[in-house]
Write a protein that binds this ligand. Structure first.
Ligand code: ZN
Length: 272
């Protein structure tokens, strides 16, 4: 599969979708009107962004092998029970960066969409990165332990002890590099304070990394939120508003490529 990137312009970003594991779920849970029979593979994807001017940036960082160790014991084990993961890269997203000639220890910047374990499992592999995240999202999970953490999809052992010193707050409209080439969107609902980014690819086309604003691309295309039962785990009303926002964006700007983290269409962009 060719990389869905463009190269050449100084302000554009080269981008590569990476994945280090997956879980699976019934389609009916992922989107209203979906099939209860159909099982969908939901990969944990991260996106590496590179530019000549600003160096590498990582959007989310997958499971890492720590997901297995952190879910070996109760209460983390419950996470594994509800959403068992198959890990496909022994060295996680960090290992994939190394294969591309990048030193994870020197990665300067990471963006965390939200604090669910399948998005931040690799955080300890990037000890020197500044971590952009939303203040509301962090405040909702900071300091949680045990079942309280698990209810928010958080495995505290995945979070480095010095993380608070490296956090830099961003929110709706934050212009990460001051040139409009990468801008933050607030996408609440699935998690408190969830964020995504919109960036200009090297070929000039706009791309929106939507994190878990919807699980399947059909969600934003058809304006369909997840099954109401998922309201046990997320703010369904805010979810619906966010899906509708993406749907409107999609209609208003058909050239905008919107990538939900776990959609099989996003996984298909991983270079082979
Ligand atoms: Zn999530």
């Amino acid at each position: 599969m060719a990389r869905a990137t463009g190269e050449g312009t100084l302000s554009g970003w080269r981008w590569t979708v990476l994945s280090d594991g997956w879980t699976q779920a019934r389609e009916a849970l992922l989107i209203r009107g979906g099939s209860w029979r159909k099982i969908v593979r939901c990969a944990a994807t991260a996106v590496l962004l590179e530019s000549d001017r600003f160096g590498p940036v990582l959007f989310d960082c997958g499971y890492s092998s720590r997901f297995a160790s952190e879910t070996a014991q109760w209460p983390g084990r419950l996470y594994r029970h509800l959403a068992p993961a198959t890990l496909t890269e022994p060295d996680g997203i960090a290992g994939l960066l190394q294969k591309r000639g990048l030193d994870p220890g020197k990665l300067p910047r990471l963006i965390v969409s939200h604090w669910h374990a399948d998005h931040v499992g690799g955080l300890r592999d990037f000890p020197n990165a500044i971590v952009h995240a939303s203040r509301e999202g962090w405040q909702a999970v900071s300091g949680l332990r045990g079942m309280a953490a698990l209810r928010h999809g958080v495995l505290p052992g995945l979070l480095p002890e010095d993380l608070p010193d490296r956090l830099r707050w961003v929110g709706e409209g934050s212009d990460l590099f001051g040139d409009g080439s990468m801008v933050v969107l607030s996408l609440p609902g699935h998690a408190v304070g969830q964020i995504g980014i919109r960036f200009q690819a090297g070929d000039g086309s706009p791309v929106l990394l939507a994190a878990d604003a919807c699980w399947l691309s059909e969600g934003y295309r058809l304006n369909r939120s997840p099954h109401p039962i998922t309201g046990l785990l997320q703010d369904l009303r805010a979810c619906q508003a966010t899906v509708e926002r993406l749907h409107r964006l999609h209609l208003a700007e058909p050239s905008l490529r919107i990538l939900p983290c776990h959609c099989p269409e996003t996984l298909a962009l991983v270079p082979v």
